[in-house]
Design a protein around this ligand. Sequence first.
Ligand SMILES: Nc1nc2c(c(=O)[nH]1)N[C@H]1C(S)=C(S)[C@@H](COP(=O)(O)OP(=O)(O)OC[C@H]3O[C@@H](n4cnc5c(N)ncnc54)[C@H](O)[C@@H]3O)O[C@H]1N2
Ligand code: MOO
Length: 483
Amino acid sequence: MTVVGHDRLVEAMSWAAARALAAGAACSPKPVSTPLREALGCRLAAPLTALVPVPGVDVSAMDGYAVAGEGPWRVVGRVLAGGAPHEAALLGGEAVEIATGAPVPAGAEAVLPWEHATITHGTPQGEGATAASPDWAPTWAHGLIEVGKHIRRRGEDIAEGAVVLGAGAVVTPVVLGLAAGLGHDTLLVRPRPRVAVLVTGDEVVHEGLPAPGRVRDAIGPFLPGLVEWAGGHVTTTLRLPDAPHPLTKALTTPTTASPATPTTASPATPTTASPAVPATAPPATPTTAPPAGSSSAPDGGELGGGVTEGRGVSCGGASAASEGGLGEVVAAAGVVVVCGASSKGPADHLRAVLADLGADVLIDGVAVRPGHPQLLARLPDGRLLVGLPGNPFAALAAALTLLAPVLRELAGTAAAKETSALAGAVRAHPRDTRLVPVRRTGEGAVPVGHDRPGSLWGAALADALAVVPPGWAGEQVELIELP
Ligand SMILES: Nc1nc2c(c(=O)[nH]1)N[C@H]1C(S)=C(S)[C@@H](COP(=O)(O)OP(=O)(O)OC[C@H]3O[C@@H](n4cnc5c(N)ncnc54)[C@H](O)[C@@H]3O)O[C@H]1N2
Ligand code: MOO
């Protein structure tokens, strides 16, 4: 398909080349030391090692009696987990009452669980103690032991210094527990890419029934979940009117101090004069992660075809400067998503604004249906910008084409590769890849229909999008899982 570039006619990039270029354009962020609770879902940037052995000392695995030598054993003390250890080494014939997890005294050969122990007072035979005062008489434990039984030796589970997980492992809830148990308060992880969303459109409203001529925002609501699924995090959503100035302001690294006012209110009828308002407040507690694109180490991606032909993809140093102003929260994100304004109509200002800002447009249209007007650009400060079409299903298709590969590359999250037969009639496009909502079944991927660019109905019924290449003639197709 041919699309009009800034001032030239160019071939739209193939779907596969666009995805590869998007992934290559993402610069690996610097690993960040992150508090445990904030590291959930991130990828480890370094192997996870045991800072301490587990268990840290020889401990009892049972509530009972730690014993030395032959029984019966005279009980000479009590050791509780977290309490004072029994200082003296146990001599043959001695025992201490012990709790699970408490350190076993030196000399202990086994732990006799209380349910297997017989206790007498006075003499080992139970003579000399009165029923009224058994505690004043010596206590004896009797039972059968197996040497070494029920004692967890120091480092028996995990040796100090052991590598328990490799770099790249996902920090799951269980990993948080493991890391904490090994003495970690922070983890070195790839920071989750932070994403700012700009929803453009004078006709777009954000709550309630849209009046005639208005349309409810259907893209802003699905992006946070999609972004999380791909490994990122939406830090803010701004609503912008169809005008170049607010877009320019939002995309420009701010230099004046006038903090954006968070509001939950939504203007029922936006006017072109309305300033951009954050649809969601920026996080109250900023994370320690720097902007995702702030790597100082350009990694230079692969060259793609289409409009980037002959040009290297290099990573600029994203500016984290946020001295206040409309774009403050936008500037703090490594990736900016603009919804709508991707076409070349009278109210579509994105391309002109990008040109004025001196942005590097890496992908200007993709040969895919729906979603062909999508774009990828690098802003002068290094942030990546993904332009999604305004039609909601086209926006979803574009988000899976350009945004997901960028985020997966930044976050280090790989998507599973899947192919399937198509069980149902699908017509290929002569030049463009088609993304078709399907449900996976035992017979293959079944198209669910309802796949007009303006409707999310089909995608909501589907669990994947089938990638139908131009000229496809019945072969297996790639499936992209839907979030
Ligand atoms: N002359 C041409 N016109 C158009 C072409 C083309 O090739 N030549 N492509 C069409 C295609 S395909 C798409 S997709 C759209 C892309 O348009 P924009 O990205 O500029 O988006 P808008 O014009 O602002 O809106 C398009 C459509 O989507 C509705 N919309 C916008 N934002 C939202 C939202 N957040 N939630 C729900 N719906 C939204 C908007 O009201 C319009 O109906 O361009 C075509 N035109
Ligand atoms: O990109 Mo548009 O997809 O076909 O509505």
